[in-house]
Design a protein. Sequence first.
Length: 690
Amino acid sequence: MKSQPQRILVTAALPYANGPLHLGHLAGAYLPADMYVRYQRAQKRDVLFICGSDEHGVAITVTAEKEKITPQAVVDRYHAMNKEAFKNVGISFDNYSRTSLPLHHKTAQEFFAEFHRRGILREKQELQLYCEKDKMFLADRYVEGTCPSCKYTQARGDQCENCGTWLNQAELIDPKCKLCGTTPIVRTTSHWYFPLGDFQTRLEAYIKERSARDGWKENVLRYCESWFKEGLKDRAVTRDLSWGVPVPVPGYESKVLYVWFDAVLGYISSAKEWAAGIGKPDKWKEYWLGTDTKYVAFIGKDNVVFHCIVFPSMLMAWNDAGREQYVLPENVPANEFLNFEGQKFSKSRGWGIDLQDFLKHFSADSLRYTLAINLPESRDSDFYLKDFQARTNNELADIFGNFVNRTLAFTEKTFNGVVPSSGSIGPLEKEMIAVLADAPTKIGDLYDRYKFREAVIESMNVARAANKYFNDGQPWKTSKSNLEQCAMTLNTCLQVVRSLAILMEPVVPVMAQKIWATLNLEGTPSAAGWESAGELKLQAGHSLKKAEILVTKIEDKQIEDIIEALNNPAAPEQPKPAIEAKPKISIDDFKKVELRLALVISAERVPKSEKLLKIQVEIGSERRQIVAGIAQHYKPEDLVGKRIAVVSNLQPAKLMGQESNGMLLAASDSTGKLELLTVNGDLESGSLIK
């Protein structure tokens, strides 16, 4: 058995902040990464789990122009949306960062500047389409024309989506600027290139060595081999665009770093942000620069070239300087694609279901389990809603949940919810205990070898064996005929319930914690330690809590409604308008504002005004009058007795001849809907709000 590393660094591909996550994203990289990390934590290994939003690139600027908002507004929306979706589905990142942060810009610029200073980068002049009307070079997605290979009339400047041919935009027939529709001209522009071909021999040796050591997937190796067979070529590091990391070289102020170059460095900047957040700004170096770190990069197959070839070559180039020595990926366990109801997920065709929408209908753990047992580890796989229902009902509920619930229910009924004493161990017990003792090593080995589907199957097999043991033990009979044997059966079953909470925690963390709490155990299943899942730890006499249903079955109508919505999609929801933030203020400026809790004593309309109410409030021992434009939203009598937030140190003003000594706080949306900020509870009026 190979020795374990001192620490493990795990990254998951940075999702592009230009749209919501769907189930395919989760199955491709994030769920397997989270399962691996949760298992390693249970093994008490030092693990850092890093991710973040990829927030640069042409697709974002195109979206911004289409919606007439800024690129920052686009990435702010989707960063928040996807971060929340990850949280709701239980992905346990140690840090989820974003590439628009100044810290990331600085990190990416440091790499570029180092390569530039050492003469690694090559400056080249090239022909690129230029729009004279918009006064700009056209990046790939800003130009459209006829494909020279298949004559498809809507080919992009980098690739024809119809035939898959990679294109140089200058090859397009009858190209048009997508912004204004005019025909662009060809101009010369300069860019810096990274000499990827110079690293091919070293990259081939690196992949061969790491694959032999940690068992790389065949699909990943084949993909790399196809790139090596064609021969690696220089790759542009800069591009003509306004949105991105500015190029830190004089004369290139109007250009940015190509998103492929800066995005992979987001793993490093995210680790730096994590270290700063825990008050140990140099802590990231233990993971990225430690010789005893094992680095595992989880991605989908469309990112293989960047993580197996491009990123390692960049790290090699940095390490050649002999200073900081970054670790290279020990393994890149890339998954294939997940299809939905037999078809590829497609944003343009509106086919599929977003993660956040799916979680509105079904539990995160049910989704995690079904995806885990269908992971596209070696070939594309399919997610069918009917299969999701069957997996949830027939496996999670009828095998796993049923065993847990009936064990706890029988213990409650027969032994008043207390772990009974174990008696003499018979053949049935020996067989069940042997399964339990073998499980942590057997399942753990599968996790260590990135065989997640098999690990989930073996974990569920423990529950299957436990159900058989329960049935063979017949506690419903022995509770009346042989109470000692009944106690032995239920004691063993409770030990298995505890073990299943640990073994299933990487897959269904919410259910696992619910079991743990019902067993009246402190902490979490993973904190108990992976190996303890093979041991009988529950003591006789230990009190349990009342069990609740662990898994709710999915009804046919729930699935039918989703399928109906897919086949008859509603009009897409319009994105919320971007919020234009006012200039930032200092904390000292903010401290000048005094917010206090006020009790409304009385309220009445201001004569001859449709909008104003005259409100008498109590602020501590002081009474004041505040005039507010809320008459169209609140009746005077509805305000009496409310505890509201007010600005108490505002200069008095007169409205419609009425003095207003303060300002109440309210929130309103773009439709004009307004709600007062109120405080529940019994805090005294005059209490400071801070």
